[in-house]
Design a binder for this molecule. Structure first.
Ligand code: GLC
Ligand code: GLC
Length: 642
C-alpha cells in the first residue's frame, strides 16, 4: 500500500484538480470522509493494476469524479440505508434471510406483475430476491440476458426503468433485498462500446481484446479452459468483416472486456454504481473468475482478478456501502474461497456443497461431502455462503481431486459416473437430467435438470411408481434441509418450491435449443402453483414441508449468526453437522443419504449438552438410551427440549 503521507498527497492532488458535483454540506463531508478512509487502499490496488500507465493520475482523477457523481445521484433514502447497514454489517447472516432467484418474464411476465408477487414472497418467507439479468440484450440468443447491451436500460419486454425503480422501492418497503446481476466480464456485441469498436474507434477498440494474429489466439487457447465447447471451440470469435479475432470466453456475442485498460475500469465502475443506485443490496459478480488475462496462464482467478474486485469493492464502500458483492466463482473450492473476504466478496455461492449433495445422492455415500465441507465450509465471520441446490445453470462437478484421491476416488472417472448417473444413462438411476456442453476433446460434461427431475420425481411420475415417488420427495426435502440449516443464505431457485419438472419446450426454440440449461428454466404458470397447493400431490407435499422447514429456520438464531461444525459420523451413508450460537443455543442435523434404514449411536447427541432432545421437524422426542435410527433419506433436526 502507498504510505499514508503519499496517499494523502495523492488525494489532495486529485481533489485539487477535479470539480466535485454540487452536494449539501453534510453529504460533502460524508463523501470526503469515506474517500479519505478508503482512498489509500484504492490507490494502492489501482497502482498494482495500472502502475505502468503513463496517465495513471488522469484515470485516478476520472475515477474520483465517477464516484462523486454517483454519490451525488444516490437517493437520500438509499443513503439512509447505507448508514443503517453500516451499523448492522452482518445483516446477511440472520436466520431470517431466505433467497429466491428468478427470471422476471418466466416468473411473473414483467416487472409490474412481479411487484404483485410480493405477498407470495412474504408468505414463503423470501426476503432476498435475485432477478436474473433484465437489461437490454440482443434479440434471439442473449445467453438468458447475460449478454448486456446497455446496463442502464431495462429489456423492454420486461418493462421500463421506472418499473424497476418502483419495484426496488416496493421491495425495500417490504424488507426484501433486491439482488441484481453485475455482468462485467463481458458485454454483448451490440453494446455501444462494442459497436464503436467495430466502427473503428481506437478508444473503444481498447475496451475489448482484439487480435490480428492467429498465433496469439492459438497461444491463449492452449492454456484457457473452454466454457461452451459444444457451441464453439476455444475462447475467441473470428470477425470476418474485420479479419480479426475477439476474446469471447462464453458465446460469440459476449465480448470480454479488457480490464488491463484503466478506462474500462472507470467505465464499468460507473455502470456498477448506476446499478447500485437503483436500490439493490446485492450485486452478483457474474463470471468474476475470468476478468483478468495473462499469457500462458489459465486466465482464471489470477491474482489481479482479486485486486480488481477489491478495487470495485472499495468504490462501493465509498458510494453505496449498503451493497454487498456475491461471488459467482464456479471453480476449484480453494479458488472459490479466495474471493470470500469482506474486502472482496461478502457473499459467495457455495458450488462445492451444491455439487457434492448431488454426488452423495448418487453414490449414497457421504465421505466426499463430509471431508470436503470439513475442509472448505468455514469462511470469515463477516461473510456468508449463499447455499443452493439448483440454479439456472448446469451442475459442474467442482470438487477437489486431491482430496477425492485421498478417499480412493478418481476425480475424472467419478465425474464421468456422475454425468452418466444424472443424465439417466447409468442403469438404476432415479435422475432425469440432460447433458450440457460435452467436450469431445476432454470428455468433460456437465448436467442440467430441475431439482425435482434430478431427484427422481419425474421418473416416478412417469412410471406411476408410488414408492419411488415417496423416495423422490424425501430426497428433495433432504437437500432442502441442508440448504436451509447448515449456515448461510439459502437460495431457492424459482419453481423448486413447487416441485416443477424439466421443461423441454426450449427444443422448439431455435435460439435456445443448443443450450440445455433451458430445460431448467420453466415458466411458472398458475397451473404449477395450483398443483403445489393441493395437499396430496407430490408437489403439494414438497411445498408444505419446505414451508415448515423455513418457518423453523426463521424462528431460531441458531440458524443465523452461529458457527457450523461438519461432523464425522463414521457411518458411510450419514451426513451430520452441528451449529452453535453465542447465546448457547445448539443444533444438530443428521441426514441419511440412502434408501436403507441407518443408525448411529446416540452419543452423537452429546454435543447438544441436553438430557431431553427433540426433533424440531416432527416434534418427536429422541430416546437417548438406544441408537438413533434414520429411515430412508430421513432428516433429523435435533435441539434441546425447551
Ligand atoms: C455465468 C452465468 C451463466 C452465463 C455466464 C456468462 O456463469 O450464470 O448463465 O452463461 O456467466 O455470462
Ligand atoms: C461459469 C462456470 C461454468 C458455468 C458456466 C455457465 O462461469 O465457470 O462452470 O456453469 O459459466 O455454464
Amino acid at each position: 500500500m502507498l504510505s499514508k503521507p503519499l496517499s494523502e498527497k495523492a488525494l489532495k492532488q486529485v481533489l485539487s484538480s477535479v470539480s466535485l458535483p454540487k452536494l449539501t454540506k453534510k453529504d460533502e463531508k460524508l463523501f470526503l470522509t469515506r474517500l479519505e478512509q478508503h482512498f489509500p487502499e484504492l490507490v494502492s490496488k489501482l497502482h498494482d493494476l495500472y502502475a505502468d500507465k503513463y496517465d495513471f493520475f488522469f484515470h485516478l482523477e476520472k475515477l474520483v469524479t465517477v464516484l462523486a457523481s454517483a454519490f451525488a445521484s444516490r437517493k437520500p433514502s438509499l443513503k439512509m440505508r447505507d448508514e443503517q447497514r453500516l451499523l448492522e454489517p452482518n445483516w446477511y447472516r440472520s436466520e431470517k434471510m431466505l433467497g429466491m432467484a428468478l427470471y422476471v418474464d418466466l416468473f411473473a411476465g414483467n416487472l409490474k406483475n412481479l411487484k404483485k408477487k410480493i405477498p407470495y414472497f412474504k408468505s414463503l418467507g423470501i426476503n432476498y430476491v435475485h432477478l436474473m439479468p433484465l437489461y437490454l440484450s440482443p434479440e434471439g440468443d442473449s445467453d438468458g440476458g447475460y449478454a448486456v447491451s446497455d446496463y442502464r436500460r431495462v429489456d423492454p419486454r420486461l418493462g421500463t426503468e421506472k418499473d424497476l425503480l418502483e419495484l426496488a422501492e416496493a421491495f425495500s418497503t417490504e424488507g426484501i433485498s433486491l439482488v441484481l446481476d453485475f455482468v462485467f466480464n463481458h458485454t454483448s456485441n451490440e453494446h455501444e462500446w462494442a459497436q464503436k469498436a467495430l466502427a473503428g474507434d481506437p478508444e473503444y477498440a481498447d475496451y475489448y481484446y482484439f487480435f490480428d494474429d492467429k498465433k496469439q489466439v492459438d497461444e491463449y487457447n492452449q492454456t484457457c479452459r473452454e466454457i461452451f465447447p459444444a457451441v464453439r471451440r476455444g475462447s475467441f470469435t473470428y470477425l470476418e468483416s474485420h479479419n480479426q479475432w475477439v476474446w469471447t470466453t462464453f458465446n460469440s456475442f459476449q465480448w470480454d472486456l479488457n480490464f488491463s485498460n484503466p478506462t474500462v475500469f472507470n467505465a464499468i465502475t460507473d455502470e456498477m454504481l448506476y446499478l447500485a443506485n437503483i436500490g439493490c443490496e446485492g450485486l452478483r459478480l457474474d463470471a468474476l473468475a475470468f476478468i483478468w488475462k495473462e499469457k500462458w496462464t489459465l486466465c482464471e482467478s489470477l491474482p489481479k482478478a482479486h485486486t480488481l474486485i477489491q478495487a470495485f469493492n472499495l468504490c462501493l464502500r465509498i458510494v453505496a456501502p449498503a451493497v454487498q458483492f456475491k461471488s459467482e466463482a464456479i471453480v476449484h473450492p480453494d479458488e472459490v474461497a479466495k474471493y470470500i473476504d469482506s474486502k472482496e466478496c461478502q457473499l459467495s455461492y457455495n458450488p462445492l456443497m451444491m455439487a457434492l449433495m448431488w454426488e452423495s445422492l448418487a453414490t449414497r455415500e457421504t465421505k466426499l461431502l463430509t471431508a470436503s465441507l470439513k475442509k472448505s465450509f468455514e469462511i470469515a465471520d463477516d461473510c456468508a455462503w449463499v447455499n443452493y441446490i439448483r440454479c439456472h445453470d448446469d451442475i459442474g462437478w467442482t470438487f477437489d481431486d486431491d482430496l477425492a484421491g485421498q478417499l480412493g476416488i478418481n476425480g475424472y472417472d467419478h465425474r464421468k459416473f456422475l454425468n452418466q448417473y444424472y443424465t439417466g444413462r447409468f442403469e438404476g438411476s432415479f435422475a432425469k437430467g440432460v447433458p450440457f456442453q460435452e467436450n469431445p476433446a476432454t470428455g468433460d460434461c456437465r448436467v442440467c435438470g430441475s431439482l425435482a427431475s434430478l431427484s427422481g420425481l419425474e421418473k416416478a411420475i412417469d412410471s406411476g411408481d408410488t414408492l419411488e415417488m415417496d423416495l423422490a420427495i424425501k430426497r428433495i426435502l433432504l437437500l432442502n434441509s441442508i440448504n436451509l440449516s447448515i449456515g448461510g443464505i439459502p437460495l431457492i431457485y424459482q419453481g423448486d418450491e413447487l416441485g416443477v419438472l424439466n421443461d423441454h419446450s426450449y427444443l422448439g426454440d431455435e435460439f435456445k435449443r443448443d443450450d440445455s440449461r433451458w430445460v431448467n428454466r420453466p415458466e411458472i404458470t398458475p397451473e404449477l402453483v395450483n398443483v403445489a397447493k393441493r395437499a396430496t400431490t407430490p408437489q403439494g407435499i414438497i411445498n408444505r414441508q419446505l414451508r415448515q422447514m423455513i418457518a423453523i429456520r426463521q424462528s431460531s438464531p441458531v440458524f443465523g449468526e452461529a458457527t457450523t461444525e461438519v461432523l464425522e459420523t463414521y457411518r458411510s451413508h450419514l451426513f451430520a453437522y452441528s451449529r452453535e450460537h453465542e447465546n448457547g443455543d445448539k443444533f444438530l442435523s443428521i441426514c441419511n443419504f440412502s434408501e436403507q434404514t441407518q443408525s448411529v449411536p446416540a452419543s452423537i447427541c452429546d454435543l447438544l449438552d441436553a438430557d431431553e432432545i427433540v426433533d424440531v421437524l416432527t416434534g418427536n422426542k429422541v430416546g437417548l438410551g438406544q441408537d438413533i435410527v434414520l429411515g430412508p433419506y430421513a432428516v433429523l433436526w435435533l435441539k434441546k427440549k425447551d
